[in-house]
Design a protein around this ligand. Sequence first.
Ligand SMILES: [Zn+2]
Length: 167
Amino acid sequence: MTKKTIRPVPAVHARRCFACAHGTIRLTNLRGLTLNYRDEPDLLVTRDIEVPRCDTCGEMPLKGSDTKRLSVLLEELRTDRKRATVTKFIAFAESTFPDVPRYEWEQAFGLSKGYLSRLVTTRVMDTPLEILLSGITASPREALHLLSITRALPPTLSSKLSDIARR
Ligand SMILES: [Zn+2]
């Protein structure tokens, strides 16, 4: 019986990176990485997805189906993050400003009545509104003051701002 020589199987997808010329392109699971996508910085990849990626510079030479799979996933993550921001804002507004009706917030943001609820379910909000909601959740006094400079706030919201400004 002859002894078989076992040779390592070359990784089919491993190849030199054209972008940095040092790294190797390998199939890489992006879960746990943060990516910039459209107007969303640092989008955390929370699901498994394997695409070719340079182990040194991070270049991802994607084509065809890889591009499609990744953009579908990133679009989902982007939507998830925007919905989470609205949900967090609504919970914050209801607990911190229980007297302020929902439609006053919508009025203050220049939105139609019921729009905030639709942002949780069907619509995807644009990034300026996302920034504003995040700002109010993080620092209501400063963010609402900024908002009050640009437009007259609805009555309940306006009086609440006066209350927190005095604290
Ligand atoms: Zn590279």
